[in-house]
Ligand binder design. Structure first.
Ligand SMILES: C[S@@+](CC[C@H](N)C(=O)[O-])C[C@H]1O[C@@H](n2cnc3c(N)ncnc32)[C@H](O)[C@@H]1O
Length: 315
């Protein structure tokens, strides 16, 4: 499958999920099985793990890596928006713990045929499940300049969205976008140097464009919200969910979900007496976010932007 993938914040995930022998865990983003391997070690000798991934190649890799754990492992190619149904079908509900390690893996980034990287000499596809929905190239071909600018602004928080969308539409009209590398070059020429945001100056000019297209083609905002709700429904009282996110859009969704589900009343502004009937189902385990230490970041670039949040389902 290409280069290896180093799992992020593994010790922190394992300790904050508070699992042990016999626990049932769902890894909603099993990828290359890095976290799953540690979770299975922690729940040995008889804990079970349901590994879900939308990507067929990831499931194949997880199957290979997790083979030593035998029938303690159940793998399903599915979108985690369906975690509740998938876990019910697999017979593992109620779960003791659920993990989401969001985004893409190093395997996917390194596989040029998937078009996730700026250098890829293949069409920008960017779908986790290549059999569903539009590829990034198809999205580019079918969107108006205004729609593209909206995608880049909303999902990439790209300040130069208008300028980049205009350049992409002009390049598209001349058939100049065939590969992901072509797309990256068009963006870099339209908006060289500092992309908008706090990490300006240190990242490729097309970073936010690629992030935005990936989020759009995989419906990441929608499926994350559904996945978090499904995970909560799948947990036993006292069970925990851990979520690692890699950019502010994901982290905001996770934070808002955990804050909302930790409140008895979600009316805004809070009335003197609650009329919405909402009841808290979670309590935050982490105060704010857990991030990687300097040593981990030195050995694993992906850890730089990782943010871990953990919450426990109330009785
Ligand atoms: C960061 S990687 C996970 C790596 C894994 N934790 C490991 O240690 O090897 C994220 C994985 O989540 C998968 N993924 C992303 N969004 C998904 C979704 N909505 N449903 C299922 N899998 C998804 C990707 O295909 C990718 O394999």
């Amino acid at each position: 499958m290409g280069e290896g993938h180093l799992p992020v914040l593994v010790d922190e995930v394992v300790s904050s999920l508070a699992i042990g022998s016999g626990s049932s865990v769902a890894d909603c983003t099993v990828g290359g099985g890095g976290h799953a391997e540690r979770l299975l070690g922690t729940t040995s000798p008889d804990g079970r793990l349901l590994g879900i991934d939308a990507d067929r190649a990831a499931i194949a890799e997880a199957k290979r890596v997790l083979a030593p754990f035998g029938d303690r492992v159940l793998l399903r190619q599915a979108n985690f928006e369906a975690i509740y149904d998938t876990a019910m079908d697999a017979g593992v509900v109620p779960l003791d713990a659920v993990l989401f390690d969001l985004g893409l893996s190093s395997y996917q980034l390194a596989d040029a045929t998937r078009g996730f990287s700026f250098a890829a000499d293949a069409p920008p596809d960017m779908r986790f499940d290549e059999t569903r929905g539009l590829s990034a190239l198809e999205l580019i071909e079918r969107s108006s300049e205004r729609e593209l600018a909206g995608i880049l602004a909303t999902f990439g928080e790209e300040r130069r969205a208008g300028r980049i969308a205009k350049a992409i539409v002009a390049a598209r009209a001349q058939d100049r976008i065939v590969t992901a590398a072509d797309l990256a070059a068009v963006v870099a020429a339209a908006a060289p140097g500092r992309p908008g945001g706090a990490d300006a100056g240190r990242i490729h000019p097309a970073t936010r464009t690629f992030q935005a297209l990936r989020i759009a083609v995989n419906r990441e905002v929608e499926v994350l919200s559904a996945g978090l709700a499904g995970a909560l429904a799948s947990l036993r009282p006292g069970g925990r969910m851990a979520v690692i996110s890699y950019h502010s859009i994901e982290d905001r969704i996770v934070k808002r979900f955990m804050v909302r589900e930790s409140r008895d009343c979600i009316e805004d502004p809070l009335p003197p007496a609650c009329t919405c009937g909402h009841r808290a189902q979670l309590r935050a385990v982490t105060k704010g976010v857990i991030t990687a230490g300097a040593d981990e970041v030195r050995g694993n670039r992906r850890a730089r932007s990782a943010k871990l949040r953990v919450a426990e389902k109330l009785a």
